[in-house]
Design a protein around this ligand. Structure first.
Ligand code: 4AD
Ligand code: MG
Length: 461
């Protein structure tokens, strides 16, 4: 008999059906006449309760079926008389596939999130992390659904690159050189010509620049893959390795871009509320998260919109509330972003037209010569979840901006050439996928929405 997943039992199970269920023991209760084993197999928030009569020949094996052990159960599905569960299994055969040795770290008592982070290899079996990972899986599939249904093509951009897309110098360097004995040039710099790629090579901080080239060939594309930032920040919303969704549209401006971002997020909210109702209701109860009803509501309403300059006025009028001083020209801090979305708009808000000096070189310079056609989407509790812009499509203006930002124009000639050979207005954005998962699941720390978080001092597992 092949195994059936618990999710399938819940969706299509029939009274009296013979089933094989394989999973991990959550708890066990043994009494004189029968025993209960509660099993979860990771496919569902719901556990299956298995009932074993004491006259079964394998009753003694129950001793080995401790919390955390993997088991295979053959039995018959019965509609459960008990409250709060639809199905239980009357067990005919129990096989302990893998015992759970002494010191199994995941016990019934509530563990702290810090402790669970220390057992990242096991925490996926807890109710909380099972829920978060299943929500993550659904959101990831919905990214593809949304863009594919609109004719965007999924484009694969490289992870190894020589360029620094954001120009913030937050790159991990990659080398095949012997770090203990680095070759030097005459002037004392590292001699990368002896390296495999013959050049300083980094892990990408964003797929955007390559994404632009592909949008200018395929029309509308999106990337979805891991990106890396060597920022040594210990916050609840930064990772050194995170997944980014980056759509890029040819023949599009900032307005088109903001509409795409809003429609994308609203689709994600509406659909996840439908598809992960059980997970979201569990998380809502235990983490004071939004209920699935509230998440669905988010998708039903339009987002707020405000220019950076007007946002600064709003913030100035509340400046006593902030740690960081507010004036035109500052980069918005998390506290400012939260205030705008939580207090001023009380919903997600799109801020546009930021000062050119705080944004990346590739953003289109506005007519005022002071601001760029940038946009950030801010959501309550998290702050920035999306960053994007219309791209500078004028060859000369872009070249001047690159020079002003010390971007090596020669090396980036290919990027400039996109403005020389059939360039056009184009725009795109990047969604921090973990920040979306964090927002939807209510997790306080971004380390708890990716199975194996990469942050300073966390590279084990
Ligand atoms: O605002 P960012 O830096 O924009 C870009 O990288 C553009 N190239 C995107 C584009 O236009 N194609 O990053 C985009 C988003 C942020 O809004 C944030 O949600 C997320 O990526 N992000 C991070 N998420 C987790 N950890 C970090 N260290 C992050 N840095 C950015
Ligand atoms: Mg940003």
């Amino acid at each position: 008999m092949t195994r059936i997943r618990i999710s399938r039992v819940l969706a299509q199970g029939e009274d009296g059906q013979s089933v094989t269920i394989s999973g991990w023991v959550r708890s066990k209760r043994v009494s004189k006449n029968f025993a209960f084993l509660v099993i979860n197999d990771g496919s569902s928030q719901t556990d299956i309760q298995c009932i074993i009569d004491a006259d079964k020949p394998f009753y003694d094996d129950l001793g080995r079926a401790n919390t955390g052990a993997s088991v295979r159960i053959d039995g018959v599905l019965k509609e459960s008389p008990g409250k709060g569960q639809a199905w239980e299994v009357q067990v005919d055969k129990l096989e302990v596939v893998g015992e759970s040795g002494d010191g199994y770290p995941l016990q019934k008592k509530g563990h702290s999130m810090e402790f669970l982070r220390e057992i990242a290899h096991i925490r996926g079996r807890s109710n909380t992390f099972g829920a978060v990972y299943r929500v993550r899986n659904q959101l990831a599939m919905m990214v593809h659904e949304f863009f594919q249904s609109r004719g965007f093509q999924w484009a694969h951009t490289p992870i190894l690159t020589a360029s620094d897309c954001e120009g913030a110098g937050e790159m991990f360097q990659v080398t095949t050189l012997d770090l203990k004995n680095l070759p030097k040039t005459k002037s004392g710099d590292i001699d990368y010509t002896q390296d495999f790629f013959g050049k300083a090579t980094n892990l990408t901080v964003s797929g955007q620049l390559n994404g632009e080239a592909l949008a200018l060939s395929l029309g509308d594309i999106y990337t979805f893959g891991p990106t890396f930032r060597a920022e040594n920040s210990n916050t609840t919303r930064h990772l050194a390795e995170f997944w980014m969704v980056e759509p890029e549209m040819a023949f599009a401006n900032l307005h088109d871009n903001s509409i795409l971002a809003e429609e994308f997020l609203r689709f994600m909210f509406t659909q996840i509320a439908e598809r992960c109702e059980e997970e979201l209701s569990f998380l809502g109860k235990h983490f004071k998260n939004m209920s699935s009803e509230q998440i669905r509501e988010l998708g039903a309403h339009s987002f707020g919109r405000i220019s950076y300059s007007d946002a600064i006025k709003e913030l100035e009028s509340a400046s006593t509330k902030f740690e960081f001083p507010v004036e035109w020209g500052i980069d918005l801090q998390t506290e400012h972003e939260k205030y705008l979305s939580e207090e001023v708009f009380k919903k997600p808000v799109i801020v546009t037209d930021y000062p050119k000096d705080i944004k990346a070189f590739y953003m289109k310079l506005n007519g005022d010569d002071k601001t760029v056609a940038a946009m950030d989407v801010l959501v309550p509790r998290i702050g920035e979840i999306i960053g994007g812009s219309q791209r500078e499509d004028r060859y000369d203006v872009l070249k001047a901006r690159m020079e002003a930002h010390d971007i090596p124009v020669d090396e980036m000639r290919w990027y400039l050439e996109l403005r020389k050979y059939g360039g056009c207005p184009h725009a795109g954005f990047g969604l921090g996928f973990e920040r979306l998962v964090q927002y939807v699941t209510g997790m306080g720390n971004i380390r708890d929405v990716i199975p194996f978080p990469r942050v300073p001092q966390s590279i084990d597992f």
